[in-house]
Design a protein around this ligand. Structure first.
Ligand code: BES
Ligand code: MN
Ligand code: MN
Length: 463
């Protein structure tokens, strides 16, 4: 039966693509209130699509953006089919043509075999590959190979603020899930499909430094009044040492070590620093001494300034001692680091290094743990088989430096390990201008998903 489904998938490429283009045209930017109606419309669009597969849909409202929830009605799958949970997100990062887009971000455009649009790779395009595979199963076999629950959220790009609450509310429907499937990540390289076995966690802060009540003349007051911009950069400069290590006391205490054999395996992956530098648009890679580029991204915790502001920014000179300065900071966490513990250590350290004469205010803007999944489970094997069918190549096993907050929470709350198989490529420019999804990757993704649910149906049956 899978063969007929795969033939159907290939035969209807144009139809799937046109459908995806419709979804991508809805600017579901979760962080901007002006787009709230579009986020709602993208959720409705997904509901409509899921009903087309024959699933029963529900919109779960939250304090901000709704979750789309779909389940398999009786009769749409074999009676003892295994229960599989699929997670994805339908919200996207902001995008404006002025950011350097060559075509309007919400007018999906095909160029040189790529589909260019905000959300093409992260994550609507990848979610759509799964929905399409399920639709093909429905149309060809008239039933699905597994009992499916689909959970799509509209807040991933703003830290999944309300998702824990939704999972708690639906725990009775979710906890029987035998597998958790996510496609919100990448292949390792073109022609090298991958299974992502680990992600970093994330801890985000805003730091506000207050000096004098209002801006002052930097000649009349400079040197006699603490300058919040000076204070801020002094503090920020103390967060790393000369070896690229983070100086927050205890930051590395719980970091899981990685065995030598695994590090050796990673050294054999098709990766070079030169290629990486080219993709990043830099001349030479940088980072913590004693680690390779992949290790720095995958298994080492880091701290980065994400935004920085203070004082006069207009043309020419203005002699001013600013009243305020601020920064946004993110820390990427690795397995075994406890976000709460790191938060406490960071806050205490910031207090300790606050210079005299200014007040510092820290605002936590979200925290999520790293995730690590076992590589030898039946679900992992199913994913490997499916990628081989979909992409014609065996996958490599990798980790990623990015974060998907819910992966750690699903493990904690449902006890289920995510199996992450991405259809994107490292150069998809997600979050940046001209985000794209390669069409061949999209079609291979549909084939992979079609095969995956089939293999899972067989493998998990009776487990
Ligand atoms: N899909 C990405 C994360 C990702 C990309 C993982 C590529 C692996 C490979 C996700 O949408 C994302 O952007 N996550 C954010 C976290 C969030 C809390 C804003 C991130 O990693 O910054
Ligand atoms: Mn994503
Ligand atoms: Mn993203």
């Amino acid at each position: 039966m899978l063969d007929s489904v795969l033939i159907w998938v290939d035969k209807n490429r144009r139809r799937w693509l046109e459908d995806l283009q419709q979804w991508l045209a809805i600017p579901s930017v979760s962080t901007q209130q002006s787009h709230d109606a579009d986020v709602a419309a993208a959720a409705e669009w997904a509901m409509f699509n899921l009903r087309g597969i024959g699933l029963t849909t529900e919109l779960i409202p939250t304090a901000r953006h709704p979750c789309v929830f779909a389940t398999t009605p009786e009769g749409l799958c074999p009676p003892h089919a295994p229960h599989v949970l699929f997670y994805g997100h339908y919200d996207v990062q902001p995008a404006q043509i002025e950011d350097g887009w060559h075509t309007p971000p919400f007018k999906p455009t095909i160029k040189n075999g790529d589909l260019i649009a905000r959300g093409a790779s992260d994550d609507k395009g990848q979610v759509h590959a799964h929905l399409t595979a399920l639709l093909a199963w429905r149309e060809i076999a008239s039933e699905l190979p597994v009992r499916l629950t689909v959970l799509l959220e509209g807040e991933e790009e703003i830290g999944s603020l309300n998702l824990r609450t939704v999972i708690e509310q639906r725990i009775s429907q979710l906890k029987s899930a035998q597998a958790l499937i996510i496609s919100d990540c990448n292949q390792f390289a073109p022609g090298v499909p991958a299974i992502t076995c680990g992600l970093r966690g994330l801890m985000y802060y805003q730091i506000d430094v207050q000096g004098p009540v209002s801006d002052l003349h930097s000649g009349l007051f400079g040197g006699a009044v603490a300058n919040p911009a000076n204070a801020l950069v002094e503090m920020l400069s103390r967060l790393h040492d000369g070896q690229g290590r983070v100086t927050v006391p205890g930051f590395y205490d719980d970091v899981a070590s990685v065995d030598e054999a695994l590090r050796q395996q990673w050294k054999e992956l098709p990766f070079t620093d030169d290629q990486f530098a080219r993709e990043a648009g830099i001349t030479t890679p940088f980072g913590e001494a004693g680690y390779t580029t992949l290790e720095r991204k995958w298994i080492r915790p880091t701290l980065d300034i994400n935004g920085l502001w203070s004082g006069y920014q207009g043309p020419g000179a203005k002699t001013v001692l600013p009243a305020r300065a601020g920064a946004k900071l993110s820390m990427r966490l690795v397995p075994n680091q406890d976000p709460q513990k790191i938060a406490a250590a960071f806050e205490a350290f910031v207090q300790q290094i606050t210079p005299l004469g200014v007040t510092v205010n820290l605002t936590a803007l979200g925290a999520s743990p790293a995730a690590l999944t076992p590589t030898d489970s039946p679900v992992m094997q199913a994913a490997a088989e499916a990628l081989k069918i979909g992409f014609g190549q065996n996958p490599v096993y990798i980790r990623e430096g990015g974060s998907i907050p819910v992966v750690g929470w699903f493990k904690e709350m449902l006890g289920v390990d995510a199996v992450m198989l991405g259809f994107g490529l490292p150069d998809d420019r997600i979050h940046g201008p001209n985000e794209k999804l390669n069409l061949e990757c999209y079609y291979a993704g549909i084939r992979t998903a079609a095969a995956l649910y089939d293999v899972l149906g067989h493998k998990l049956c009776g487990k």
